[in-house]
Design a protein around this ligand. Structure first.
Ligand code: SAH
Length: 232
């Protein structure tokens, strides 16, 4: 009898296992750590968040591939390495309040929420804001607040933020976002015009002054403004 219970226990355990645990481990090892991201909290979060639940069902088998994927409404979920890199570069701490612009699928917000105290995230496409909000609730991320709107203005009620992550390619650094960054805080943002390549910038605030560091060339979907998206 005890042998049978033990067998049942292992069968149930096997059936309940997340089939993607090994894929996430491989993703972290081969795509992220191998390229120089060593922040332990970030690596742990990337191993933890079920990325396959943030992409359309038909793409779940390729959710852990080394590329961005479409998430509907012409938008994309970034490549895993880029998500990890942007997370690690703001040096997230357990007590941080973070602002994200461009919720998309909610994946970047979930990765941050595994590490920091609270995540405020804004999405300009209503359908995406709604579906990400529902998804994050279903996955029991209680420290993420999703808002539908234009992230250009930031989220004044919850400022200042310890870190800001912008996941859409802007033409400039929106001044309200810099204002809402706390002294000593870090913002990471892709900047470039529609016609030129974008650069991923690290923006820091010291004595109220802005310092910019060019990190790498990137390609993000455009940062849109409220008026434009209403005309669509
Ligand atoms: N961080 C997302 C990927 C984002 S793709 C994820 O992890 O899945 C960029 C997102 O930024 C898109 O969903 C796009 O609709 C949104 N976006 C573009 N301009 C915006 C703006 N002004 N305010 C808020 N969101 C914006």
């Amino acid at each position: 009898m005890p042998a049978l219970s033990l067998l049942l226990f292992w069968i149930i355990r096997f059936l309940c296992q997340d089939p993607y645990v090994a894929e996430r481990e491989k993703m972290v090892r081969e795509q992220i750590r191998a390229r120089g991201v060593h922040d332990e909290a970030t690596l742990r979060a990337m191993r933890e968040v079920p990325r396959h639940l943030f992409v359309p069902e038909s793409l779940q088998p390729v959710a852990y591939g080394d590329y961005p994927l479409p998430i509907g409404q012409g938008q994309t979920i970034s490549q895993p390495y880029i998500v990890a890199y942007m997370t690690a570069v703001v040096e997230p701490q357990a007590n941080f309040r973070v602002l994200e612009i461009g919720t998309g699928s909610g994946y970047q917000a979930a990765v941050l929420a595994e590490i920091v105290d609270s995540v405020y995230t804004i999405e300009i496409v209503k359908e995406l804001a709604e579906s990400a909000g529902e998804r994050l609730q279903r996955l029991q991320y209680r420290n993420i607040v999703v808002k539908y709107g234009d992230g250009y203005a930031g989220w004044r009620e919850h400022a200042p933020f310890d870190a800001i992550i912008v996941t859409a390619g802007a033409e400039e650094i929106p001044p309200p976002l810099f204002e809402q960054l706390r002294e000593g805080g870090k913002m990471v943002i892709p900047v470039g015009s529609v016609h030129t390549a974008q650069s991923l910038l690290l923006v820091t605030k010291k004595n109220g002054k802005m310092t910019k560091t060019n990190l790498m060339p990137v390609r993000f979907v455009p940062f849109t403004r409220e008026k434009e998206s209403k005309n669509e």
